[in-house]
Structure formats: C-alpha cells, structure tokens
Write a protein that binds this ligand. Structure first.
Ligand code: GDP
Length: 250
C-alpha cells in the first residue's frame, strides 16, 4: 500500500516553468512621440496675473465675458499684500496705491499664454481717514454699484484684519452684497495677518467670521507665514472654472 511517505516528492513550482523567460533582450525601437502636457496648478495660474486696466468710474470699466473676482476691504486690511503674495508679484497691487490710482478699480488678467480666462478686480480700500468725506461718499457709491451690477462678477473676497473685526463700513458692504450672496454669488471673508493671532484666537475669529459671512465662507490668511495661500488660489480657481460632470475642468 502506498503511503504518503513513499510517493515521490511533487516538483517545486519554479518561475521558469510558469513564465516563459525571454533570454535575448529585444532591441528597443524609437519611443513614440508623447506630446508634452503642461498642467497648470491654481498657484501657477495665479502667477500669470498682469495689469489689465484701471477705471475711475464704473462706466469706464470694459464689459468682460470672463469671470471676475473682486477684492475689497478697508485700507490697511492687507489687501495689496495679499494680492501680491497670491500672484507672487511684488508690485502688482501696489500699482493700485500709485498716486491717482488709489480711488480706481484696477483689473488684473489671469490666464496662461496671454489668454485671459479670469480677472481680479482690486477695489480701493475704504475707511482711510485722510480721504475727504465727499470722495468717500462718491466711492462708496461707485463700489456699491460695481458690486451690485457687475455682470461677470463671480465672487467677492472681503479682507478683514481679525484683530479689528468687521468695521461699520464692512457691515455696510455686507448689507450691499447680501442679496447677491443669497442668490449664489461666491463670497469669502479672508482674515488677514493671522500670524498675529494665537491658535485659539484664530479659531474664534474664524467662527465669528463664518457667521457674518452669511452664505459665504471664512478663511485665515497670512502673507508673512504663507498660511492659506494655496487654499485661496484653489478657491479662486474653483470659482472661475466650471467643473465638468466628470469632475475635470475646461
Ligand atoms: P491694504 O491697505 O489693505 O492694501 O494693506 P497693505 O497690504 O498695505 O498692508 C497693511 C499693513 O499690514 C502693512 O504694514 C503690511 O506689511 C501689513 N501686513 C499685510 N499682510 C500681513 C501679514 O500677513 N502679516 C503681518 N504681520 N502683517 C501684514
């Protein structure tokens, strides 16, 4: 009777018996040409920013059919520093601080290879004490008109120094834009200079700003510590580029 011990050992499976190994290497032919695909990141896209135009009155602004994002805030909120950090161009938004342009709406184009696919609008900082009252009132009107009527406006970023919180003029602006935000206009309260806050102060400021933003969002940002820069670039991209049903972008 055959026992297990007496049967010959089963051959061990070897790689060479399972897979045919080619001994002689095949000469590699020329590789097919693969077109170079340049993927642009939201940060790279932001870095394409360049000056487009400046306007002292609303009717001087060109009508555009590309999405526009407005940056607003009281003077000294950190708006120029934020735009310069985001676009990685030292002097871009300071163009808006040049004498004669401080009360202008300055537009910057975004888009690779010179093609504008979105626009940033830098609105004049408000609340600067040295501006005569007449000018202040005129400007509040121009700004309110812009925010309410600009057709290609896709979103508003309200910059706010969280150590000061929302000022009276910020509240006025919130009231002006509230109907559009309720209708679905993108809105972000950006709490600047967050490097000046402790972690818990930052969290508290953020939760207050989220309430004040109504249907909008709130984020912390520091140009000094580069906090929130990529996040902001991504949001700007998302606001201005429609996602396809499969999740890709145009
Ligand atoms: P704007 O009037 O809103 O354009 O404000 P600026 O960009 O000119 O900034 C006002 C002041 O805040 C300047 O002294 C900036 O150096 C300072 N500032 C701006 N961003 C930051 C930041 O992220 N951290 C700190 N610590 N200071 C900032």
């Amino acid at each position: 009777m055959a026992t297990e011990n007496s049967s010959p050992p089963a051959p061990k499976p070897s790689l060479s018996s399972a897979v045919k190994v080619r001994k002689t290497p095949v000469k590699a032919g020329p590789l097919p040409e693969v077109p170079e695909v340049k993927v642009i990141t939201p940060m790279g896209w932001m870095h394409t920013a360049r000056f487009l135009t400046t306007a002292a009155e609303l009717f001087h602004l060109p009508a555009l059919d590309v999405p526009e994002i407005a940056f607003v805030g009281r003077s000294n909120a950190g708006k120029s520093t934020c735009i310069n950090t985001l676009t990685q161009q030292k002097q871009l938004a300071f163009a808006s601080k040049k004498p004669g342009r401080t009360q202008h709406i300055n537009l910057f184009s975004l888009g690779k290879q010179g093609v504008t696919d979105a626009v940033l609008a830098d609105l004049p900082g408000y609340g600067y004490a040295a501006v005569p009252k007449q000018d202040k009132l005129r400007w509040q009107k121009v700004m309110a008109n812009y925010l309410v009527t600009r057709e290609n406006l896709k979103g508003i970023v309200l910059l706010c120094d969280p150590r000061l919180g929302m000022t009276e003029l910020d509240e006025v602006l919130l009231e002006v834009i509230r109907p559009r935000v309720e209708e679905g206009l993108n809105f972000l309260v950006l709490l600047t200079k967050s490097d000046k806050l402790t972690r818990s102060e930052g969290a508290k400021a953020l939760s207050i700003a989220k309430l004040q933003a109504g249907g909008g969002q709130a984020k912390l940002f520091s140009a000094l510590k580069k906090q929130g820069v990529e996040d902001l670039a991504q949001l700007m991209w998302d606001w201005t580029h429609e996602a396809e049903p499969d999740g890709t972008y145009d």
